[in-house]
Design a protein around this ligand. Structure first.
Ligand SMILES: Nc1nc2c(c(=O)[nH]1)N[C@H]1C(S)=C(S)[C@@H](COP(=O)(O)O)O[C@H]1N2
Ligand SMILES: [Mo]
Length: 321
């Protein structure tokens, strides 16, 4: 069990937080099982009281793109927004309150590497250059749970166009913010912060690759990876990196966060495949969030038609872990 020591500048949260938030949080923590969870989520909340105004709120809801719908029921909003993986704020699912410490304005995204237009672009300037739409996507976590969510955003291909990659660029490497003062989980120095993910250029320009800035008809809540995250619905959820601050176009295959931690269990490709078990559990079925129903998992999470061609000729690779 790890213990995070309080630093001298951290005043007791009861002095910094409105009583209501403080009391609510106490009851949330009381409901958590392990002391580990309590420690990991137990810092960083006070800033929640000073939430920034969201200058992008008027952009939602975005018009639904009917080409991307699902034959499953949508996961209720309050379920999806309270069951999250965001290790920057703790290694458990109840990080939604702790994540409110994240400051999402100003927010700049650095685009660099093998591009003709390297730039730093503020999120609200980026939002002026793209057209937002809503898509209903399936989502499958490597931990064998799934949900169905109405994301708002724009195709990653539009951002690639904006960057204008050089001919030699083969991959995009994405990076999340790194701010241990805000994100208590990032004080756990046995993780290789910041969170990193990567895709090939062919994957990045596939129609399904989506940059997400909103969900459930509103701008993205912090716990879902505000103000901008990736969504790759045919891959395990850990590929869909949150709160992106940097995109580097490169000819070297990026080593992602989980790959660096445990490469034998979490690979670069991480395409969903029910027939390839995780080293420690089966991937044949998934538990649907909220209903608890167990349903068969589908190859490429049901998106075979759109993405199977991306992997022709790569049969020698570990495509499904
Ligand atoms: N930066 C960052 N991105 C991340 C994660 C994370 O811990 N940090 N977790 C991943 C995992 S494992 C999953 S399942 C999804 C969860 O997204 P959600 O909380 O919006 O449902 O985010 C992914 N992106
Ligand atoms: Mo996940």
């Amino acid at each position: 069990m790890h213990i995070l020591r309080k630093r001298s500048w951290e005043i007791p949260e009861s002095q910094a937080t409105p009583e209501e938030v403080f009391l609510n949080r106490r009851s949330v923590l009381a409901g958590l099982a392990g002391a580990g969870a309590l420690v990991a989520g137990g810092v960083g909340l006070p800033r929640a009281a000073f939430a920034e105004a969201d200058p992008s709120a008027h952009l939602y809801p975005a018009k639904r793109n009917e080409a991307y719908t699902v034959d499953r029921e949508l996961t209720p909003e309050d379920v999806a927004s309270k069951f999250n993986n965001f290790y920057e704020f703790g290694s458990h699912k109840q990080i939604s309150r702790a994540a409110q410490a994240l400051q999402i304005r100003p927010w700049d995204i650095l685009i660099d590497g093998m591009v003709d237009n390297p730039q730093t672009i503020a999120i609200d300037d980026l939002l002026k250059k793209v057209t937002l739409e809503e898509r209903l996507y399936r989502f499958r976590c490597v931990e064998a749970w799934s949900m169905t969510v109405p994301w708002s955003g724009f195709p990653l291909a539009d951002l690639v166009k904006l960057a204008s990659p050089k001919a030699g660029a083969k991959y995009i490497r994405f990076e999340t913010f790194n701010d241990p003062d805000l994100a208590s989980g990032q004080r756990a120095n046995w993780y290789p912060w910041p969170y990193v993910e990567g895709v090939t250029m062919e994957e990045a320009t596939n129609e399904l690759a989506f940059m997400v800035t909103g969900v459930y008809g509103k701008s993205l809540p912090k716990q879902h990876g505000a103000p901008i995250r990736l969504m790759l619905p045919w891959k395990y959820g850990f590929k869909s990196i949150k709160s992106i601050v940097k995109m580097t176009f490169t000819d070297e295959r990026p080593v992602s966060f989980w790959e660096e931690i445990q490469g034998s269990e979490y690979g670069f490709w991480a395409n969903v495949n029910p027939e390839v078990p995780h080293r420690r559990w089966s991937q044949a079925r998934e538990t649907v969030l909220h209903t608890g129903e167990k349903v068969p998992t589908l190859l490429f999470n049901g998106y075979t038609e759109q993405v199977a061609h991306l992997y022709k000729g790569l049969e020698g690779e570990q495509l499904y872990m």
